[in-house]
Ligand binder design. Structure first.
Ligand code: GMT
Length: 378
């Protein structure tokens, strides 16, 4: 029998990061559709924002007892999941990121009973980085095998997961998405005049400044572009490579052209200011920010890696080159910044592509179908 109102538990990393954004936005969407959504996380997801009577938040705190060298967070999460599942009659736990969330959900299911279903969404580094770690490999594989459904955010990630773990089981491809009511080209011309001089192009990079993002390449690409086009670079986000990035900007003597803006929650306006997004990552299972940019009409120049070619269509909505090929990326950037017709075409192609394939309503329906399938309703 089909249940109109599903009771869904969601666990993710609630801090800045694509997987947390997707989990939060999906939860908000499900709540809007009338389902009851329970976030079970160590902190309030940063995009949760507004009040909604269908959304509940349950914090998780690990016991800090002196005997423990490592506070048992995973156990605290598993036991909180089980508690919430019992009290609020959850139908399923949808966990984002295999480690440790898929394993915690497995434990919770053992505690609650087989009627509690587990859906695991793989986001990338849980597989491409942690899957290579010999201490975690087998347990990740176990978490994937034991989930009632497993989804991955790109075709490339489905393939990598299969290859790395030699898994036969069904893995559903469900691409990431944007809320097209939030991500569209915003009118920011007045603000733009405050940020850049007339005739200056604006390049943008947004990330968590982890080594995989190759932030040094962002700056080296920009330095090359600057030799041919008057431009400014806006850097949004913070992370381990932030200081190195600031240092490189000083070494190249381009401080007056680069602004480090720190973390920003709502980025649609910032993106709309830009002419181009730079995303030269080493690995990128999807590249959510490239989709956010595309929806706002901003082409991406980046690397041909992971799932990024499924988002950015080379020669139509942006340009992709081999990882580390800053010369080629700079050439592509200059081409787009100096040919207004080409830029307009890429921008329009991107908006149309985002609306056709990557809007939340379309994608969330795929998740709902998976929920119904594991509950035996599909
Ligand atoms: O890229 C990161 O550093 C963060 C990580 C995350 O957990 O949010 O991003 C991964 O998941 C995102 C959402 O599905 C994808 O858009 C990113 O491409 C993916 N990152 C990598 O594969 C490196």
């Amino acid at each position: 029998r089909r249940k109109e109102r599903l009771h869904i538990g969601i666990t993710c990393y609630p801090t800045h990061g694509g997987s947390g954004v997707i989990a939060t936005e999906l939860g908000k969407w499900m709540a809007e559709r009338g389902h009851e959504v329970h976030f079970i996380t160590y902190d309030m997801p940063f995009r949760l924002g507004r009040f909604d009577r269908n959304i509940f938040y349950h914090g998780v705190e690990a016991n800090q007892y002196a005997v423990f060298k490592y506070p048992p967070y995973d156990l605290a999460l598993a036991s909180r999941m089980a508690q919430v599942a019992k009290v609020h009659h959850l139908d399923l736990l949808h966990v984002h990121y295999a480690v440790p969330h898929a394993l915690c959900a497995y434990l919770a299911k053992q505690m609650v009973g087989p009627e509690l279903k587990v859906v695991t969404t793989l986001h990338g580094t849980d597989i491409t980085v942690l899957g290579e770690d010999s201490t975690l490999r087998d347990i990740i594989c176990f978490g994937i095998r034991e989930s009632d459904a497993v989804t991955a955010v790109s075709r490339d990630l489905v393939k990598q997961t299969r290859e790395l773990f030699r898994i036969e089981r069904q893995i559903d491809l469900v691409h990431n998405f944007v809320d097209c009511r939030v991500y569209y080209p915003r009118e920011v011309s007045g603000w733009r005049r405050e940020i850049a001089l007339p005739g200056e192009k604006i390049l943008l990079h947004i990330s968590n400044f982890r080594p995989v993002k190759r932030v040094e390449d962002v700056i080296r690409i920009f330095d090359r572009v600057l030799k041919q086009v008057p431009a400014r670079l806006l850097m949004i986000g913070e992370g381990p490579e932030w200081s190195r990035a600031v240092q490189l900007v000083q070494e190249l003597n381009i401080e007056s052209h680069v602004e480090f803006l720190g973390k920003k929650d709502e980025v649609a306006h910032w993106i709309s200011l830009a002419d181009l997004l730079l995303l030269p990552s080493e690995k990128e299972s999807f590249g959510l920010v490239a989709l956010e940019a595309m929806a706002c009409g901003v082409p991406t120049v980046g690397s041909k890696t992971g799932g990024l070619p499924e988002v950015v269509i080379h020669g139509e909505t942006g340009y992709l080159a081999e990882v580390g090929d800053v010369e080629a990326m700079a050439r592509y950037a200059v081409r787009l910044l100096t040919d207004p017709d080409l830029h307009r075409r890429f921008s329009e192609n991107g908006i149309a592509r985002a609306r056709e394939f990557f809007c939340v309503d379309r994608v969330a329906e795929q998740y709902e179908a998976i929920y119904r399938r594991v509950l035996g309703e599909g």
